[in-house]
Design a protein around this ligand. Structure first.
Ligand code: SIN
Ligand code: CO
Length: 385
C-alpha cells in the first residue's frame, strides 16, 4: 500500500480538460499530510554515488548561477553556506522505493509518459534560476516552502544567458507567483518559463513526463524501417511517355517516389510496434541486468506458490498496445506479440503498483503469461522477492 493519497477534492478529468498541456495550475494540498519520501541525509547520500546524476547549483550575486556536477563527497555538504544553493538528483525513483511510490498517484496520465522523479533540496535563496523545460512537470513540495515564479510560454530558441552551463533565460517576466507548502503541487506544461526559489530549506519532487521530439522519432523510426527494408524495392518509372524536357523531374515520378516512401512509413501496426518499444526503452538500460543464474518455469512457479512477490524493477518500463492483429506487450524496449493473452492480465502487469496475490494468480492463469513472466524475471525486468 502506498502511504500517499491524492486529495479527494482533486478532479483528474477537470484537470485534463482545463490544464494538462495547456496552462500552469497550483493544486493546493494535492497530497494531503505529505511527508518526505526520504530524509535530507539519504538524499545527500544519493548525490555521492558515482552512478547517479547529481548537480549542485549555487546562486551567486547579481542573479547568476554556478553549476558543479556530482558525484560529491560528504565534506562538500559540510562546507556549504546556510543560504543560496540547491542540490538536484535525477531519477530518484530508480533508487528510492518511497519516491517510486509517488508515480502511481499520477495514473490519470498514461504511465508510459512518466520519465522520472527528479528531487531537489534547496536552502533559503537556493534554486536553479529562470528556465524552461520541454516536458510537463508536477512540482510536489516536500518539507519547507518554495516560491515559484511562472513566466510566459517560451519559444524553443528563447534567448539564454551567455557563459552559463545552465540554460538560464535571458529574459523573464513574472506572470504568476505561487508559494508552495508541503503537499502542494504546481503543474507546468512544456516550455513555461519558471523559477523556483526556496523560502526555507526543503525538498521538491519533480515528476517529469517524457515527450519524444518528432525529429527524434523520425530518425529512430526510419533507422528501424531501413534495417528491415527490402533492398530490391526500388523506384520504378511511372510514365511511358517521352520526356518533354529530359532534365525535369515529372510529377508522376515524384508521386511514385513519395507514395513508396509514405507507404513504408504510414503503416499503423508497424509504427505501433516500433513506438511501444521506443517509449519503453529504459532511461538507464545498463541497470536492467539479467539473472546470473536463469530460472526454469517450474522453479519460478514453486517460488510464487510459496508466497514470493513479483515487482517491476524500478528502472524497467512496461506498456501495451491493442492492435486488431492482437495484443502487443512491451518491456524495456522489446515487443512481445501475444498470441493468447488477456488485456486484463497485461494491464495488471503494466500497472505501476506492485502486483497483489489476486492479480498475480489471475496473470498466472492466463495463457502464455507464465512464460512471459519467466522471461521478464530472467532478463531482470521483474524482480522476485
Ligand atoms: C528544482 O527542483 O528546483 C528545479 C525543478 C525544475 O525547475 O524543473
Ligand atoms: Co524546470
Amino acid at each position: 500500500m502506498s502511504r500517499y493519497r491524492l486529495n479527494s477534492c482533486f478532479d483528474p478529468q477537470e484537470f485534463l480538460s482545463k490544464y494538462w498541456q495547456q496552462q500552469p495550475v497550483l493544486l493546493p494540498a494535492l497530497f494531503p499530510d505529505f511527508e518526505d519520501a526520504l530524509t535530507a541525509a539519504e538524499f545527500a547520500g544519493l548525490a555521492c554515488e558515482e552512478f547517479i546524476e547529481s548537480r549542485l547549483i549555487r546562486t551567486a550575486v547579481a542573479d547568476s548561477w554556478e553549476l558543479e556536477p556530482g558525484p560529491f563527497v560528504e565534506a562538500t555538504f559540510q562546507q556549504l553556506p546556510a543560504r543560496d544553493w540547491a542540490l538536484l538528483v535525477q531519477a530518484v525513483d530508480q533508487w528510492s522505493e518511497a519516491v517510486a511510490k509517488l508515480k502511481p498517484l499520477f495514473d490519470f496520465i498514461p504511465s508510459w509518459r512518466i520519465d522520472d522523479v527528479m528531487v531537489s533540496y534547496a536552502v533559503a535563496g537556493g534554486g536553479v534560476g529562470p528556465h524552461f523545460d520541454f516536458y510537463d512537470v508536477f512540482l510536489l513540495q516536500g518539507s519547507g516552502q518554495r516560491r515559484w515564479l511562472v513566466g510566459d510560454r517560451c519559444a524553443a530558441d528563447a534567448a539564454l544567458l551567455a557563459n552559463s552551463e545552465l540554460k538560464i533565460l535571458a529574459n523573464f517576466e513574472t506572470r504568476h507567483e505561487f508559494l508552495l507548502n508541503p503537499g502542494d503541487v504546481l503543474y507546468l506544461p512544456p516550455q513555461m518559463a519558471h523559477w523556483g526559489v526556496a523560502v526555507s530549506a526543503g525538498l521538491c519532487y519533480s515528476v517529469g513526463f517524457r515527450a519524444p521530439a518528432v525529429a527524434e522519432m523520425l530518425e529512430a523510426y526510419s533507422d528501424a524501417l531501413i534495417a528491415g527494408a527490402d533492398p530490391a524495392q526500388r523506384f520504378t518509372d511511372a510514365s511511358e511517355r517521352l520526356p518533354v524536357r529530359p532534365g525535369g523531374i515529372n510529377p508522376a515520378s515524384l508521386y511514385e517516389a513519395l507514395t513508396a516512401v509514405v507507404a513504408l512509413v504510414n503503416d499503423g501496426d508497424s509504427f505501433g510496434k516500433w513506438f511501444g518499444a521506443y517509449v519503453t526503452e529504459p532511461k538507464y538500460p545498463e541497470l536492467v541486468q539479467p539473472l546470473a543464474c536463469e530460472l526454469e518455469l517450474s522453479a519460478l512457479l514453486v517460488q510464487l506458490d510459496a508466497g514470493a512477490n513479483l515487482r517491476r524493477f524500478p528502472g524497467s518500463r512496461f506498456a501495451f498496445l491493442e492492435l486488431e492483429s492482437g495484443l502487443v506487450f512491451f518491456a524495456d524496449g522489446d515487443p512481445y506479440e501475444l498470441v493468447a493473452g488477456s488485456v486484463e492480465a497485461i494491464s495488471m502487469l503494466c500497472d505501476l503498483t506492485p502486483l497483489n496475490r489476486k492479480e498475480l494468480s489471475t496473470i498466472l492463469r492466463t495463457d502464455s503469461m507464465p512464460e512471459l513472466i519467466l522471461r521478464l524475471v530472467n532478463q531482470g525486468s521483474l524482480v522476485l522477492e
